[in-house]
Ligand binder design. Sequence first.
Ligand code: NAD
Length: 480
Amino acid sequence: MTEQRNHYIAGTYELPASGEYFASINPANGQEIYQAARGNTDDVARAVQSAQRAFEDPRWRDLSQTRRGHLLRRLGDLIGEHADELARIESLDNGKLLREMRGQMSNLPEYYYYYAGLADKIEGSVIPASNRAILNYTMREPLGVVGAITPWNSPLTLTTSKLAPALTMGNTMVVKPSEHTSASVLRLAELVTEAGFPDGTLNVVTGFGAEAGQALVDHPSIAKISFTGSTLTGSRIASATAGRFIGSTLELGGKSPNIVFDDANVENAAMGVVAGIFAAAGQTCIAGSRVFAHASVYDELLERVAARAKSIKLGDPLDDTTELGPLAFRDQRDKVASYVDLGRSEGATVLTGGTSSDGGLGGFFFEPTVLTDVTNDMRVVREEIFGPVAAVMRFTTEDEVVSLANDTDYGLAAGVWTTNLARAHRMANRLDAGTIWVNTYRAMSPMSPRQGFKSSGVGVEHGAETMKEYSRLKSVWINT
Ligand code: NAD
């Protein structure tokens, strides 16, 4: 039997109330790597109580904002020192390329440094609301215990997007990571303790969404839920939190367009399209899964994308020469395969890929796939597949492609490839998505706010704007 991993509550590991564990599987070879604690309502109650105590603890509550910033900086340093270890933990858990995870983990400290810099610059204002005898001012206060629920595709980065601003504001947190990737967030909790944060500032309850996740959403002492995951789960969470008048930040799914105009550098655009959909085996919310190519460059773009897709080296994510790892778990791989079958039955042509494979390792791989003969109304083009599957379509005018690109339930991101500056500006204005990339794809920074439009989410992550998501505004009137 593999090692058992427990919940992290009040600065220490705690056994699950049920005594039950579940297996975490390495998707590259199908082998069990450890057993994670199966969290339930009792575990969540203990974790929330610990976070509540930490929130009220004067060592945390009364800490100066400058000192809070120091703690965040120290945590960033520790993450940097452990970047290789954290990268390996995530790569084993979710199958993403180790080399890619090393890059992600060495960037992660920047999130903590960015918010550390903001910590002592959160100011209220004096409002000229009355005569000079009365002073009216505003101040921002922390919310209390924030519940964070995260998916499997980038566990630490997505947890950090919530944790860093929440702690900066003086909140405390309970995280329920994805049942497919419990290990890295548990290790992060140890580093939070090592950095000097009081016990209970960050608590982690592992387990399933319908059990531990639901219990966290339903806990009456939670002040807010910050969620990243599917639109379906997000909509359930939105209903539950709205009914209790508590806030939620929801970062949800996408079906992002990547648009290549006739005046684009097609070679660069093809590379952008490939990176847009095949990075992380397509398991990114911002995947450029709908590709629109102008009729005059359609053939050249398709040829370049298909050639690159065919040459992508599938294999062991720990091997630095591998270009595509597995899907994160068997069901996800099977879901991708069934979408490609659905596409075939809807009339799509599988130009390249379209087949499951075990990668010679016993893992859950799926070949990079390009679908043509698709239209914007097919389910493979409308629904998020969350796998390495691009649907490529042709257009002729700018108005036509704007209308096709915006004809989706989602609005997370969009890519535009053009050398015409005026067109770049027009497209940035007309596309209905929270992030627009022109002649690049996937650029991201803790400093740059992002927001999903339509069914892609509610609220902002990253940037100074996020501080509002983790605070409330108080207006004080003092009559002298
Ligand atoms: P998911 O919604 O199935 O699960 C996400 C998390 O929610 C997991 O921890 C899960 O256990 C939990 N959960 C499930 N049911 C729950 C419930 N009833 N109550 C409370 N918690 C529950 O999503 P997933 O499949 O893990 O992740 C993939 C999805 O995440 C994709 O749709 C992707 O686009 C989205 N995503 C969005 C962003 C973004 O920033 N917008 C980033 C990454 C991933």
